[in-house]
Structures are given as C-alpha cells and as structure tokens.
Design a protein. Structure first.
Lengths: 165, 660
C-alpha cells in the first residue's frame, strides 16, 4: 500500500463515521427533542394533542388532589392560563402548591397533560429558568419572586433573565 | 482576623499568578534562564497562598462565623462537623475557591516533580498555568468573593441545602474538580509546545501521566456523582443525560481519546498535531463544563442560586482561553513536524479508529448539550434534549467502538495481523455468546438489543482477559512460566487489561439494570405487602426521631424471600425546620450485585405512605466497572516508564525489565 492509499483509507473511515454521526444527530434533533411551553403557549400555539412537551409554571393553590394508587392531579399556571396535569409517581420533596414546577409528558386531546416526569426546584432559593420564563411571558414575574441568594432580590436579577431568555 | 488574612492571601496569590504568567514566558521567549526559573517557586508559593485562603474559609465554616455571608447562607451551628467542612464547597463561592486551590495544587506538583523537564518547557507550562490561575482568581475576587462580611451577622446560619448534606458532597466535587482541573496541565503542555514550536515523543511521555491522573479522577468523580444521584434523588436512575452530567462526560471522552492518541505519539512519533488539539479540546470542554454548571444557565441540581454577572465573566474567560488556544493552534500547528502515515491494520491504526469513534460520540454529546442553549439564545425557543436523543445518537456510535476495543491491544505496532487477532478472540466471542444465552434463558428473548448489549459487555471482559492470556502465553507454556511472565509484565499493560475489562463490567451493569429492573409504586399502610422480583416487602411501621437539625421519620420494611426474612430496610423522611424543607433518604439493600431500592413519597395523616420500590439487577456493576477502570489507570500511572517526573528510562528490553 502506498502512503497515498493509506491516507485515503484513514480519511475515508473518518469521513464515513462523521457522516453517520451527523445524520443521526440531525435526525434525532428533528424527532427526539421536547419543546418547552408555558400554559398560555399550549393554548395560543394550538399545540396538537399527542405531542410531548415540557410545561412550566406555578402549581395552582388548592389544585393538588392525590388519589389512591399514587396518581396525582394538579394544575399548572402562568397567571393567565391553567393546564391540568395528571401524574403517577412520587412527587419531588419540594413540590408545593404555589411553587414553581416543570412537568414533562404527552398532551391529551382535552388540553391536559399526562406527565411522566415532574421536576421541582431542589433548593428553596432556586427557581428553574423555564418557570421564570413562563412567568415573565405572562407578566407575573416580580423581582421578589426571583431567588438570587439570601432570599432578597439581587440587583439585576430580572435583567439577567431578560438577557438570557 | 483570620478571614481578612485569607482574603489578603488570595489577593497576594493573584499578584503572584500574574508574575508567574508573565516573567517565565518572557524568559522562555528570550532564552533567559534567570527569568525562567521564577516559575517553580512562584507556583509553589501560589499554592501556599491559595491553600492559606482556603484554610481560612474552612476555619470560618468550622467555627460557624456567621459574619461571613457565605457561612451565614450555607451553614448552621447545629450541623455535624463533616457537613460544616463540606459546606465550604456546597455553594458557588466556596466551590470556585476549591477549583482554584486544585489548579494551584497541580501547578505546584509540576513545579515540585518536574525537575527533569527541560527548563524552557517547564517555564512555559507553568506560565500557561499562571494565566488560568490569574483569570479565575480575578473572577473570584471580583464576582464571587467568599470573604465578604455581613454588616449585622445573624445569630444562626441558614443551613446547607439538605440535599447536599451527604457524604457524597465530601467526595464527588473534589474528585471531579481534580479531574476537570487536571486537564489544565495537558492543556498547558500543549500550549507550551505550540509557543515553543517543538514537539516530540518525549513531550507525550511528560504530558501523558498528567492526563492519566486527570482521567482517573474524572472517572471516579463521574461514577461517584452517578451513584450519589442514584441514592439521593430517589428516582432510581443513575444517568439522566442532564446537561450537567454531560458537562463532565465531555472532558472524559476527550481525555480518553487523548490518552490513546498520546500512546501513538509516544511510540510512533505520529498524530502529534491531533494530540495537541485533543489536549486543548479536553480542557476547553472542562471550562465549558465549569461555565454550564456555575453560570446558572441550566436547570439542575448543580446550579446554586447565582448572580448573572458571574455567568458573563466565566463566558469571557471561556472565550479568551478557548479562542486564544485555538488561534495559537491554527497559527502554529504547521510548524510542528508532521508524523508518518501508517497501515490501517496495526496498533496505531486501531488507536486512530478509537479516536475517530470517540470524537464522533463526543460530537453528539456536545451538540445535544449546547444546541438547546444556542437555540434558546437565538430564537427564544426552549427545548430539552433527553435520553431519546442520546439513545439514537450516542448508543449506535458507541457500540461499534466497544466491539472494536478487544482487537486493539492484540494488533502489533506498524503491521498487525487481523486474522491472528481474531483467532485469539475466538474464546472471548464464544464465552460472551454463552453469557448472552444465559441472560436470554433468564430474561427471555423479547429484547434482542439488550441481549446484544449483554454480549458486548461480556465480549469486552473476555477480550481483555484473552489479551492477558496471550501475553502470558497461557496454554503454550507451563503455568509457572505464565505466572513469572505475569510478574514481569509492564504495569501499563495490566492497566490496559483492567481498564478495558472495567468498561465491559460497566456496560453489563448499564444494560442489565436498565432493561430488566422491576418497579412498583403503591400506597401502603402498615401490615401491607408488595411483591417485587420474587421478594415480599412488608411495611411494618413508623418511628419518629426528633433531632437538633431535623426530625426523621423512619418507615420500617421487612423483606422476605420464600418466606424467610432476608433484610430489614428503613427509608426515611427528614423535615428541616429551619428551611421548612423535607428530604427523602432512600433505603438500599445489596442482593449479590443487585439492589433493592425503596423510596418514599408523601405520608398521609392516616398512615398511608406512597412507596416506590425497585429491584435493580446487577446495578452495582455500573460503578464497580468505573472503579476497575480507575484502578487500571492507577496501575498504568505507577508504571516506571510513566512515573511522574521519570524522564528517560532506558528503552532497551521493555518486556524483560521488571515492572518495579
């Protein structure tokens, strides 16, 4: 084998592997990603039933109902719209009424969400950026709700969420 | 007073880092030895000063000095001593100080053990280290100063986030940082080579031990993080493809590729430019990881409440270092003498193939991690890229790599014999098939892909053992001769065997625990029993233990198998009065290599508890395999040939030379 052939073989293998990788990534990006929606988005964008979405907002006060066999019903709101969520499983320890939550699951035809994952904040001073975004969109975001250290609003907290929407 | 001394030491360290980054560089460029020798004492003193600052902070936490803002926010006088100490890095400021401490430690190690490095290379390496240290010290002092005082100190601190009050916090962040920051050394070596315009096989011998050390710590740090998430978060999962997990996986993949390409460079004086690029990429990805975790752009258990100017500052550091390094690479790579081209079927050919696949796998993780961030910055659309994405991209690219691993060590340098290698792997092939058939007998043939995964894991272990057997000539020479060959084997060869076998063990654990785990979610009252995977789990009752810091409610379960009591398990709920927070402590029970896992939801007023039970077959293999990989790395690191600071070992008789 000449130098030239050897080099061609190496470049060929590298090329083939990279093309396969690129193809897989592009296909997966078009097919296997989940969009985040605020409750108002779900209604206004007419997200079609059967779509997998992430829904973020605050848990509506008094909306949490726990049935037997571990099924939980609650509503998620951004202050404008509330979407009912059904979830079977253990809720995170910091799941509370009136607190931020992100639920992931499939949208049902009646515009409710069958969630298989529920994420709450892990630290009472921390708010998931998605929830902040949903609240800002609906105009319900206040600096006092931002939890940037010490439980006091930090200067520029709101500006930051604007800079990184 | 101690606090102010710590603060002062940190400022001094910054000044010294600035000297360390400029004076030796000037010396190296001018060829002035007097300026170059400044590097080592500067690095050692810098470590001393940062160490002093860190010790001052630890002291403040231990004595619960709530006049410090970070202590008041993240500590509490009622906490056990261990959590007071680990609480030092359980927050943004302290964890950045730990980062810089470890950076200074590595610089000091190079200064102390690098006596055999050429003076110019050493000066350049320490100078690059100095740049990184300057940037991060400036970052800490201007945006994340841990030594800020409060005007009116509170009587009691706000307590450490209960999720972090765990032995995991003592182990996981230091290990991971030792890995992340360890990549800075190979990065510094790469930049030094580019500035100097000279690179040879000896460079690889000097740089490789540091890469190996970083890789060992990364491996252990990732495994520890995975186990911590597994038992702390209560979801029973060990890997979530969370961007923060990916942040640690990306440098791991890059250092793994770097370790392999550096071998080719050392042995065959080839792949030089590629190796330098990988060294730059590995640390760049560590910086990206630091940015992702510390800037607060992600929703994650790792994101501390943080102020946004910090994210911008880290981003600026990121751009300067990665952009600068890549520009330097683009400008100077051409001056490095290119290496030879070699036969595709050879050890070096196999190592190149390893690098191609690792790069492809790495690229998918990079895209999956950064694409959502880019999209959200550009269009405002928020998406999440989760396990389905990686199942479709990472897995199909990793599988062929895993299949090829056993071939590599069996091929000779320069010109390998694929047929001979395949014949030697015949036994491994058959043994792996047997394992897959046994798995099918237990679990059925419904999931063919999982069975293929089992085969792949067993094939990796079998392949590693076959390679060892070939080296020892098991079967062709008497057993005693094989044993004496084992004693004479270079430790790096044994390290390879162990690391590759460990990879197989991890693959087996991942495949089996993911595919064949059993799960049950029930509302249970005392006296009720749930059957799972052949075990009858009964809820016996509750006990309440009030404590200083939290009240703990234990729920007692007894586990029976075939009527006989085999285990008692007690998951618990902890209520922290100060933070009005509840945490769940899961209960784990080892059954062989498998685990029973009980997590809790709410406990209702009438005594009904929501209970989640898992049986995870062979789940411990995941972390045992990682420990084996790290041990393999350690064995390799102890090889005389690679010993840190051991420069020129006579290269004659590599086989016959005793390992010690």
């Amino acid at each position: 084998m000449t130098r030239r052939q050897r080099r061609l073989i190496l470049i060929g293998i590298a090329g083939v592997v990279l093309v396969i990788a690129a193809g897989l990534v592009l296909y997966a990006l078009s097919d296997r990603i989940v969009f985040f929606n605020s409750p108002t988005d779900v209604v206004e964008k007419h997200v079609s039933p059967g779509t997998r979405i992430r829904l973020g907002g605050l848990v509506v006060d008094g909306s949490v109902e726990k049935a037997a066999n571990g099924v939980v019903h609650f509503k998620v709101t951004d202050g404008k719209t509330a979407i009912p969520v059904t979830y079977q499983g253990l809720l995170p320890d910091l799941f509370r009424e009136g607190q931020g939550v992100v639920a992931e699951g499939v949208l049902d035809p009646d515009a409710s969400l069958s969630a298989d994952t529920v994420l709450a904040k892990h630290d009472e001073r921390y708010m998931p950026p998605e929830v902040v975004k949903a609240l800002k969109q609906s105009g319900r975001w206040e600096d006092s709700a931002g939890n940037y250290g010490n439980g006091q609003p930090a200067p520029g907290a709101a500006a930051a969420t604007e800079a990184k929407p | 007073m101690i606090v102010e001394l710590g603060h002062f030491a940190l400022v001094l360290a910054l000044g010294l880092a600035l000297i360390q980054s400029s004076v030796p560089l000037l010396g190296a460029l001018r060829g002035d030895l007097r300026l170059m020798v400044v590097a080592a004492p500067a690095a050692l003193t810098q470590f001393l000063l940062v160490g002093l600052a860190f010790a001052a902070l630890v002291h403040a936490y231990v004595v619960s000095d709530f006049s410090l803002l970070t202590v008041a926010d993240n500590s509490n006088s009622a906490m056990p001593l261990l959590y007071k100490i680990t609480g030092v890095w359980g927050n943004h400021e302290g964890s950045m100080l730990l980062w810089v401490l470890i950076l200074a430690l590595y610089g000091a190690l190079v200064a102390a053990f690098g006596q055999n490095l050429p003076e110019k290379l050493k000066a350049l390496v320490l100078s690059v280290q100095g740049w990184i240290a300057s940037a991060f010290l400036l970052f800490i002092l201007t945006t994340s100063n841990p030594f800020l005082r409060v005007a009116q100190p509170p009587v009691e601190g706000q307590d450490l986030n209960p999720v972090l009050q765990d032995i995991g916090l003592a182990i996981h962040p230091p290990l991971l940082y030792l890995g992340y920051v360890g990549c800075s050394i190979s990065f510094a070596f790469a930049l030094a080579a580019l500035i100097d315009g000279r690179i040879d096989a000896a460079w690889a011998r000097w740089a490789r031990p540091w890469t190996l050390a970083a890789w060992i710590f990364l491996t252990l740090g990732i495994a520890m993080g995975s186990y911590w998430a597994y038992y702390e978060l209560g979801w029973g999962g060990f890997w979530f493809w969370d961007p923060v997990e990916n942040a640690s996986l990306m440098p791991w993949l890059a250092t793994t590729a770097l370790l392999h390409s550096a071998i080719v460079m050392e042995k065959r004086d080839a792949l030089k430019i590629w190796t330098v690029l990988l060294a730059i990429l590995a640390f760049s990805l560590s910086l990206v990881g630091t940015f992702l975790v510390r800037s607060g752009v992600l929703t994650s258990v790792h994101a501390f409440a943080s102020d946004p100017t910090r994210g911008v500052f880290i981003l600026a550091i990121l751009v300067v270092f990665i952009g600068g390094a890549l520009s330097l690479f683009a400008a100077r790579a051409g001056t490095l003498a290119p290496g030879g081209v070699f036969a595709p079927i050879s050890r070096e050919g196999a190592l190149v193939l390893n690098n191609i696949f690792l790069s492809a796998v790495l690229a998918t993780v990079v895209v999956g991690t950064l694409y959502p961030l880019a999209l959200s910055a550009l269009t405002g659309e928020v998406i999440s890229v989760g396990p389905p994405f990686y199942t479709l991209t990472f897995v199909p690219l990793a599988a062929p790599l895993l299949f090829l691993v056993p071939f590599g060590p069996l091929l000779a340098w320069k010109r390998g014999d694929l047929l001979a290698a395949a014949q030697r792997l015949f036994a491994a092939f058959g043994a792996a098939l047997l394992v897959a058939i046994v798995a099918a007998a237990f679990a059925g043939t419904a999931n063919v892909l999982a069975l293929a995964g089992v085969w792949l894991g067993a094939w990796l272990i079998g392949g590693a053992l076959s390679e060892l057997a070939t080296r020892l000539r098991v079967g062709t020479v008497p057993l005693a001769a094989s044993a004496s060959r084992l004693a004479g084997l270079p430790r790096s060869a044994l390290g390879t065997t162990l690391a590759h076998a460990g990879l197989g063990v991890t693959v087996l654990g991942v495949v089996i625990a993911t595919t064949w785990s059993s799960e049950a979610i029930r509302s249970m009252k005392p006296g009720e029993t749930v059957d799972i995977a052949g075990y009858a789990v009964t809820l016996d009752g509750y006990t309440n233990t009030p404590g200083d810091q939290f009240n703990e409610t234990d729920i007692h379960f007894s586990v029976r198998s075939g009527g006989a009591l085999v285990a008692a398990m007690a998951p618990s709920k902890r209520t922290f009065a100060d933070r009005q927070t509840t945490t769940t402590e899961v209960a784990l029970k080892n059954r062989g290599f498998s685990q029973l896992y009980i997590s809790l939801g709410d406990i209702a007023a009438d005594g009904t508890a929501t209970v989640r039970l898992y049986f995870k077959p062979f789940v411990t293999f995941i972390w045992l395999g990682a420990i084996l990989m790290a041990l393999g790395g350690l064995l390799s690191l102890s090889d005389r040939r690679l010993r840190v600071g051991a420069p020129r070992v006579a290269r004659a008789k590599p086989q016959a030379a005793p390992a010690e």
